[in-house]
Design a protein around this ligand. Structure first.
Ligand code: AMP
Ligand code: MG
Length: 291
């Protein structure tokens, strides 16, 4: 999955990144869906350990054009994960109170604490995307934000947060199909927003803004991944796999149990008095979920 990793100081040209790519998985969509179930099982176990260990903080940032699949990614990738310990923070048009503050003011209270995974559905990057494209702030103001954001994320990393950023890369034509699908499918109509058609006209400007973001804010401490997103199953499989790889590298383990835990078995049931080892844990506490 290294293929989708954006190296620091890369000059990203989105036309070089194929939204239809599925080359990292050899198999059909059906096989891909089965593979995803397996990866998701691993993710579930890793998240359990992350929560128990109460040490690492995981921040996942999702950015995409409208219909890019942020909601679908959250639904599929975290399918089966214990909702305790996972949070989603969605960032919409700022409220008047939010606008009265600096742009990171609404972001910071949502970052993960120890043992937590937080998914940002849109993020502070909107302040370099929609804000730039619609000229909601002067260039002089938004230009400084690349550096602010790099430093903000650096600070979080220094304080123990693992940051992963995913740009879900769909094509202009795929967006058209998805918008048409929203119009023609009764259960999807609620998602249709005529404003998306106005944004679509600004596609080129958005791509430019995204290219700048991807080029200037992919850092070793907070890398961007450009995920081919025209095919949902592939997008989900790639993102789940990257998450699992990242969590496995943290070498987590369950916290040590209380001292002489077996004595409590005896307290609960005197039959353990001659055989306290029966109540010994079956698994080694230091065992990680690494495969
Ligand atoms: P959605 O995610 O489709 O529900 O839409 C949320 C909308 O909020 C999008 O159109 C974003 O561009 C917009 N939005 C998010 N953050 C900001 C921001 N900082 N400034 C202006 N608009 C924003
Ligand atoms: Mg929208």
């Amino acid at each position: 999955m290294k293929k989708y990793f954006v190296k620091q100081n890369t000059n990203v040209k989105l036309s070089d990144w194929d939204p239809d790519d599925t080359s990292e998985f050899e198999g059909t969509k059906k096989e891909g869906l089965i593979a995803l179930q397996k990866v998701n099982k691993k993710l579930d176990a890793l998240q359990e350990m992350l929560y128990a260990e109460h040490k690492h903080k995981i921040l996942i940032i999702l950015q995409a054009m409208d219909t890019g699949g942020k909601d679908g990614t959250i639904r599929s990738v975290f399918d089966g994960v214990n909702p305790q310990g996972v949070k989603v923070a969605s960032f919409k048009v700022p409220t008047p109170e939010e606008l009265d503050h600096d742009y990171l003011w609404r972001i910071h209270p949502n970052v993960p604490g120890k043992g937590e995974i937080v998914i940002f559905n849109r993020s502070h990057y909107e302040d370099l995307l929609v804000v730039r494209v619609h000229k909601l702030a002067p260039q002089k103001v938004w230009k400084q934000r690349f550096q602010h954001i790099n430093e903000f994320e650096r600070m979080m990393k220094d304080e123990g947060t693992t940051i992963l950023k995913f740009y879900l890369n769909i094509s202009l034509d795929e967006q058209k199909q998805r918008l048409l699908d929203r119009i023609s499918t009764p259960e999807k109509r609620w998602k249709f927003n005529p404003g998306d058609l106005e944004e679509r006209k600004l596609w080129k400007d958005y791509m430019e803004a995204y290219q700048d973001v991807l080029s200037k804010t992919s850092k070793p401490w907070a890398p961007w991944y450009i995920i081919p997103a025209n095919r949902n199953w592939y997008r989900n499989l790639v993102i789940s796999s990257i998450l699992v790889d990242t969590l496995e590298k943290l070498k987590m383990h369950y916290p040590d149990p209380v001292k002489n835990i077996s004595q409590y078995a005896v307290q609960l049931d005197p039959k353990f008095v001659d055989h306290p080892e029966i109540a010994e844990p079956l698994v080694d506490n230091k065992q990680t979920t690494e495969s």
